[in-house]
Design a protein around this ligand. Structure first.
Ligand code: GLC
Length: 617
């Protein structure tokens, strides 16, 4: 390319979407008087990213820039509107999927949206965001890994990094290039409905597990953008109230909740999502000090900050959002706003705010610089379309094997009077609502936002796993325990919580098992056989009073599609090595209960037994 190309003068550009969806933006460059068509510098991957960003910013109108800061939800925008409004990103909210919900139709959907974005005047590719919080969990057939609380129990950052890379590959197959994960929250009150999204109650655990960011962002051509969320203090609200108020000193906020974000920034996390919660009464979505001064300046975060879903609506406590809320959020340092349906109004309000001088062009340019830098670094300008070569990885054997290994490593053996490990020749009765149910063992954020019971996606239930791991054993299944008698060597009750997500999972009252589960366990106990209770739950449950009647207790957490990993531990194919990532209460009134707070738990943080004949490392 003639050197003068870099010092081009002409700003006129024309973009043409060629066959493969690539865009060639021609800069009519006057060079020594001659007009030489050639790719605009920002389209030249040989240039440094900052030079490409400078060139592109230089060419962008205010409307181009406003579009880059706007993230609608896929159901509320057309392809034509994506082009017309130069939309920079689109998301799937929990469970928002194309029909049919297959990896291929996700790729088709993504490519269609991307072509619409590339058809804009400057051909700027969009980013597509989803919550792939335990695998590409919205796609039927994808591998669903254990939720974070189980991964915290593994204490294995390398394993978690592998999971990040596997998730990235399954996402890349569908084109989706932005993951609203990991949640690096520090859960301090297990009543919180998002306890299972936390790696643990102390900052060291989520900090340790930020390796998942490397897995996602360093996956070669399959790399996706990771998001550390939710900034700041989402796991510390009063009473575990989701989206509530975290009333702590700045010293405690910095000591407990900030370290995982510091670790994430150090790993180069591409985006940070703001929490719905407040700190001492001030909404995080307008917290200029914590976002601009602490996150961006003090921690040196150079990626971009995204709001949560309709998060700006909550700033003034009234429904919907106002121009003032838009200004407050953007001036606080939010660079992209997740505004699912009212995205036109957002663009209009932000344009008005800029014209009124309430939001400076410097702030708009800073936001765009941050966003565009990530798009260039992701290689979206060179490879904007889904990479269908990864389609075979979606729910493939290698990833399911990895997931099964993670499930086994996440099991925490809390009590064992000797009934475990089970013997391959045993006669075993299996019961419980969560024994033979992929939806129950996967929990929230699986296919749908809240998750649900039933065969929602291909996988191995815990019962299937038991049958496969011990083919010589005599296995009988009775969901509520009916049919058991004294002839069995052992009974396994797989019980716990029904799926939920976010505030739907907040539990302000009883934290125990439901009456049906307790009846099932009692039916097994009345038969006079040893009873192993396997808890499938997103948090510790209040079971102390019942524990004396149980011969063994395993916390299985929310294992995802590979229930075989639970069976591996029950039959001793793998020794139980998991250790509690959260303190296990003696009763619900102890909440919040955490390491070092002087309270006397049923099981302390870090507790975990193994089998006598297998000494874990
Ligand atoms: C939700 C969650 C957030 C998620 C976002 C997009 O409300 O708070 O974790 O990433 O919306 O689905």
């Amino acid at each position: 390319m003639p050197s003068c190309m870099h010092g081009f003068f002409g700003k006129a550009t024309r973009s043409r979407v060629v066959g493969c969806g690539m865009v060639v933006v021609l800069a009519l460059v006057t060079c020594g008087g001659r007009v030489e068509p050639g790719p605009a510098p920002y389209m030249d991957s040989r240039l440094a990213v900052e030079d490409r960003v400078d060139d592109l910013l230089d060419r962008m109108s205010l409307d181009d820039k406003l579009g880059q800061m706007t993230q609608p939800e896929r159901r509320y925008i057309t392809l034509q509107e994506i082009t017309r409004y130069r939309i920079g990103s689109v998301l799937s909210s929990g469970g928002s999927a194309p029909t049919p919900n297959t990896a291929k139709s996700w790729a088709d959907m993504y490519d269609g949206l991307q072509r619409a974005a590339l058809a804009g005047p400057l051909g700027i590719p969009l980013m597509y965001g989803v919550d792939a919080v335990h695998g590409h969990n919205t796609v039927v057939g994808a591998t669903v890994f254990p939720h974070n609380i189980g991964l915290g129990a593994t204490r294995d950052p390398r394993l978690v990094r592998e999971i990040g890379a596997a998730t990235a590959k399954e996402m890349a197959a569908t084109g989706v290039d932005w993951n609203f994960a990991p949640c690096v929250c520090v859960v301090r009150n297990d009543r919180w409905g998002r306890t299972y999204e936390s790696f643990g109650e102390v900052p060291e655990l989520p900090s340790m597990m930020t390796t998942v960011i490397d897995g996602m962002q360093d996956a070669g051509p399959a790399s996706v953008l990771a998001t550390a969320k939710h900034y700041l203090g989402d796991g510390g609200t009063e009473g575990g109230d989701d989206r509530g108020d975290t009333r702590v000193s700045e010293k405690e906020l910095r000591a407990v909740h900030l370290p995982p974000f510091r670790a994430a920034v150090k790993r180069g996390v591409g985006s940070v999502m703001i929490s719905y919660s407040s700190w001492n009464g001030l909404k995080m979505h307008r917290h200029r000090y914590l976002i601009r001064d602490v996150l961006k300046r003090e921690l040196g975060f150079t990626g971009f900050v995204v709001s949560d879903y309709n998060g700006i609506d909550q700033i003034d406590g009234q429904p919907g959002f106002t121009k003032d809320e838009v200004s407050a959020a953007v001036n606080a340092g939010i660079d992209m706003v997740m505004v699912p349906a009212k995205w036109r109004r957002f663009i209009d309000y932000l344009r008005d705010a800029v014209k009124a001088g309430e939001v400076s062009m410097a702030r708009i340019d800073d936001a765009n610089r941050r966003i565009l830098t990530k798009k260039f670094q992701l290689g979206l300008f060179e490879r904007p379309m889904a990479d269908r070569s990864y389609l075979t990885t979606v729910g493939g054997a290698a990833h399911r094997k990895l997931a099964r290994r993670a499930v086994a490593a996440s099991q925490v053996l809390l009590k064992n009077d000797g009934v475990l490990p089970l013997d391959d020749e045993d006669k075993i009765f299996v019961a419980g609502d969560s024994a033979n149910d992929i939806g129950m063992q996967s929990g929230g954020w699986t296919i749908t936002w809240q998750g649900k019971a039933g065969p929602i996606t291909p996988g191995t239930t815990i019962l299937d796993g038991i049958r496969k791991v011990a083919p010589s054993a005599s296995i009988t299944y009775g969901k509520d325990g009916t049919g058991i008698d004294g002839s069995y060597d052992a009974a396994v009750a797989v019980v716990g919580e029904r799926p939920y997500a976010e505030y739907h999972g907040d539990r302000t009252g009883d934290l125990g098992l439901d009456a049906g589960d307790l009846r099932t366990i009692d039916r097994l106990r009345d038969a006079g056989v040893p009873v192993v209770v396997v808890l499938v739950s997103g948090r510790p449950l209040d079971i102390a009073e019942r524990l004396p009647g149980w011969d063994a207790l395993v916390a299985a957490w929310l294992p995802g599609t590979e229930g075989g990993g639970v069976a591996d531990v029950l039959f001793g194919r793998t020794a139980p090595t998991g250790r509690l990532p959260v303190t296990w209460m003696r009763d619900g009134d102890q909440q919040p209960i955490n390491r070092g707070d002087g309270k006397r738990p049923l099981f302390p943080f870090g507790h975990g037994l193994t089998y006598r004949w297998l000494r874990s490392g």
